[in-house]
Design a protein around this ligand. Structure first.
Ligand SMILES: [Mg+2]
Length: 197
């Protein structure tokens, strides 16, 4: 069923431009967290390259199963998500979104294997990004969430339905090759979003 204007919802999406923002990658420096674990295991984090949509797969490709298993063990421990640092430029980037008239909403998929991931993610946001004012959605399927744009560092985001949002890839253009997707290399390129809303 499609919501009509009078039923609400539709206007909010179209006029106010909800910008969904993935947490791990664009806001929380997940990669640095993984690199810290790799260092503690005596491995060279420089070999950890983003080659697939899965951290596990990337770890397997670079270090093999034993190290991938050890990293999994560490990132599933309570405290891992709470310890992540804020990505450079993210706070200013969110303020820019607000200045564009956008409504930023965090849309994040908690890691099921980590028992405290969901609660740590929300307390991390409250602590580091009070400007979200509690606007966050924990979603196992992001295609079910309404918005105009989704800023996400995952290459390919699929789910139950065709998404309402345009995916803006957060990361290096080199990772997406020739694909015609909008790319934000970093929060320094926030103008890409202002051109889309
Ligand atoms: Mg992510």
């Amino acid at each position: 069923m499609t919501l009509s204007k009078d039923e609400g919802g539709y206007d909010l999406c179209m006029k106010n431009a909800i910008v969904l923002v993935d947490q791990d990658g664009p806001l929380a420096d997940y990669r640095a967290g993984i690199c810290r674990i790799l260092k503690s295991l005596g491995e060279d984090p420089a070999r950890f390259k983003m080659q697939t949509s899965s951290t596990r797969e990337d770890l397997l490709l670079a270090y093999g199963q034993e190290i991938a298993d050890k990293v999994d063990l560490e990132r599933n421990l309570p405290g891992f998500y709470d310890s992540l640092e804020v990505v450079r430029g993210a706070s200013a980037g969110i303020k820019s979104l607000l200045s564009f008239g956008a409504i930023p909403v965090v849309c994040t998929k908690p890691r099921r294997e980590n028992p405290t991931c969901a609660s740590e993610k929300t307390s991390w946001l409250d602590r580091n990004f009070p400007e979200f004012e509690g606007r966050y959605i924990l979603a196992s399927d992001k295609t079910l969430v309404v918005g105009k744009i989704l800023i996400d560092d995952k290459f390919s985001i699929t789910g139950l339905v065709r998404p309402s949002w345009t995916h803006v890839y957060f990361g290096s253009r080199l990772n997406v090759g020739d694909e015609q997707v909008p790319v934000m290399n970093s929060w320094d390129e926030i103008h890409i979003i202002s051109n889309l809303i």
